[in-house]
Design a protein around this ligand. Structure first.
Ligand code: G4P
Ligand code: MN
Length: 179
């Protein structure tokens, strides 16, 4: 087996162990790991990006934000490039939710291209998930607000990956959200 394949298995296993007790917010409580795997798959399959560090960062992108994982741990295990991409897409949990959401809009344009690819795929996955089913406790208004906010973030990510941006634009169009 080639070394990239071995590395991806090591990475997806690490993410699965970290997210082992987490579930998505959908009524079926889907295992959380479906999300990072799906984000990495969007990047390779739809975005045509096969860069190993980007795919690893996609698999790991919510480990620091949502589990006990530290950046030092990611750097020691997966190296500085992967750790830096994850850092770029990680919200500062010490901020209020409102400030975190605002920071994403402000920071999007200043991310590296690698981080922008992960962010585009993360938003694409989550918007498709919202179209598939509504998270428990979310109103239709909250769903629509997420689309509007996501479009503000995606504005700062444009010019990065045409295929992913086209698919996002179509989802915004369907919701009557102007990009
Ligand atoms: N659509 C959807 N999202 C779910 C579901 N379960 C968990 N999530 C996660 O919820 C986050 C979006 O919900 P919010 O209420 O906006 O954010 P919060 O988790 O910080 O409270 C996303 O986090 P994230 O990936 O870190 O992205 P981001 O939107 O915070 O950048 C998404 O992955 C689900 O069933 N459907
Ligand atoms: Mn995510």
């Amino acid at each position: 087996m080639n070394s990239d394949a071995v590395l991806l298995l090591e990475t997806v296993n690490f993410a699965a162990e970290k997210h082992r007790n987490q579930r998505r917010k959908d009524p079926e409580a889907t295992p959380y790991i479906n999300h990072p795997i799906g984000v990495a798959r969007i990047i390779s399959h739809e975005g045509g990006v096969t860069n190993i560090e980007v795919l690893q960062a996609a698999l790991l992108h919510d480990t620091v934000e949502d589990t006990d994982t530290s950046f030092a741990e990611l750097e020691a295990k997966f190296g500085p490039i992967v750790a830096r991409i994850v850092q770029e897409v990680t919200d500062d949990k010490s901020l209020s939710k409102q400030d975190r959401k605002r920071q994403q809009v402000e920071h999007a344009a200043h991310c590296s291209r690698q981080a922008k690819v992960v962010k585009l795929a993360d938003k694409l996955y989550n918007l498709r998930d919202l179209n598939r089913c509504t998270p428990s406790g979310w109103t239709a208004e909250r769903v629509q607000e997420y689309f509007v906010w996501a479009s503000e973030v995606v504005k700062g990510l444009r010019g990065t990956n045409y295929a992913l941006e086209e698919r996002l634009e179509e989802l915004f169009r369907q919701r009557g959200v102007q990009l």
